[in-house]
Design a protein around this ligand. Structure first.
Ligand SMILES: Nc1ncnc2c1ncn2[C@@H]1O[C@H](COP(=O)(O)OP(=O)(O)OP(=O)(O)O)[C@@H](O)[C@H]1O
Length: 329
């Protein structure tokens, strides 16, 4: 257990007769990023609130250890070990960024000189020195979010909960946030990240869990999760209708898209399967104008796990715009 920053067993929580968490197990090794994914209302924030001592879990919940401390027996030590930034920021808009930082330093009982040093250092690190003397209400969304994280880091927490840290941020601010998260982990912190952006989990997380219907529907590395959904295929596109027709005759098992003059053959995207497809094309004398490989992405996994009825259309939709599609010809 010692190398686990977060170990929680059988998390349960209901509000009235609504069961939000119905036995959730979580194990997060130190120095890693763990991402909890789930649709709106799945219970991600509830998990963060329980693990950060803000909300009590229901009776029947198993043991929870955060940073080696028993959450039920020693919540004070848990609070000392963690930092939390939620969807509702702790930033006070009426005072300056610097004043927000100093206030946080006071809450952590830092000495006079130390509070200045920590505040200046963190403002600089998060590129807020120039704006430090301006009221936080004048900050952009990205700046506010950076200030929020800077405030969280005042107490030098080893375990950091980030609840949807990039929701509503533009791509540049999002990338800045990703860099910050990577730096924190490189310094040895553990990050528990909730997000609705699958791309974000894919980018950052060592392990990902998908929360659905009060339980963990699946968990693993991004690669492991992608392997559990079907949908990988090779797509061949033709410009000449005659070539398309002869390909159609030779590859009877392929799914056809007559309008686009395209065929799709199932494939897991591995070198072996790709070679098999190319061999078939060669032996049938087929020369496609374009060959693209589609491997399932986290969107496919997410839709497949959280809503079976939308799985098919989601897979189709991502096929058209997929980022990991590689044009081979
Ligand atoms: N204090 C509360 N009282 C009653 N119901 C609550 C309370 N807090 C949360 N809920 C309900 O619990 C469910 C899970 O909420 P939670 O905020 O944990 O979801 P989430 O996965 O974080 O969603 P989102 O992505 O929308 O933030 C929701 O249906 C919510 O309405």
């Amino acid at each position: 257990m010692t190398d686990l920053a977060i170990a929680a067993y059988g998390l349960r929580k209901s509000y009235g007769d609504k069961t939000v968490l119905d036995g959730v197990d979580l194990a997060v090794p130190q120095g890693t990023v763990f991402s909890l994914l789930g649709p709106n209302g799945a219970g991600k924030t509830t998990v963060v609130k329980i693990l950060s001592t803000l909300v009590a879990p229901d009776p029947g919940t198993g043991p929870i250890h955060i940073g080696g401390h028993d959450l039920a027996a020693d919540p004070r030590s848990v609070r000392a070990a963690i930092g939390v930034t939620g969807q509702f920021s702790a930033v006070d808009g009426l005072i300056t960024g610097e004043e927000n930082m100093l206030l946080m330093a006071d809450l952590h009982h830092l000495g006079k000189r130390e509070r200045r040093r920590v505040s200046t250092e963190l403002l600089e690190r998060f590129d807020l020195t120039e704006a430090a003397k301006k009221p936080a209400s004048t900050y952009s969304g990205g700046m506010k979010r950076r200030l929020d994280i800077a405030m969280t880091l005042v107490g030098n927490p080893r375990i950091i909960f980030l609840d949807e840290p990039t929701t509503g941020l533009d791509p540049r601010s999002r990338h800045t946030m990703w860099r910050i998260i990577r730096e924190l982990v490189a310094e040895g912190a553990t990050v528990f990240l909730t997000t609705q952006y699958l791309e974000e989990a894919d980018e950052l997380a060592d392990r990902i869990a998908v929360l659905h219907d009060g339980r963990i529907a699946a968990q693993g590395t991004a690669e492991e999760l992608k392997r559990i959904v079907p949908g990988g295929h090779v797509r061949l596109r033709f410009t000449d209708p005659a070539a398309y027709r002869s390909a159609l005759a030779a590859l009877r098992d392929a799914a056809r898209d007559d309008e686009a003059l395209a065929l799709q053959l199932p494939s897991d995207g591995s070198q072996r399967e790709l070679r098999a497809v190319l061999d078939r094309l060669d032996s049938a004398g087929i020369e496609a104008d374009e060959l693209t490989v589609h491997t399932p992405d986290l969107d496919d996994v997410f839709f497949a796990l959280t809503d079976a009825t939308t799985a098919t259309s989601a897979t189709t939709a991502t096929t058209a715009t997929h980022q990991t599609e590689e044009t081979a010809r």
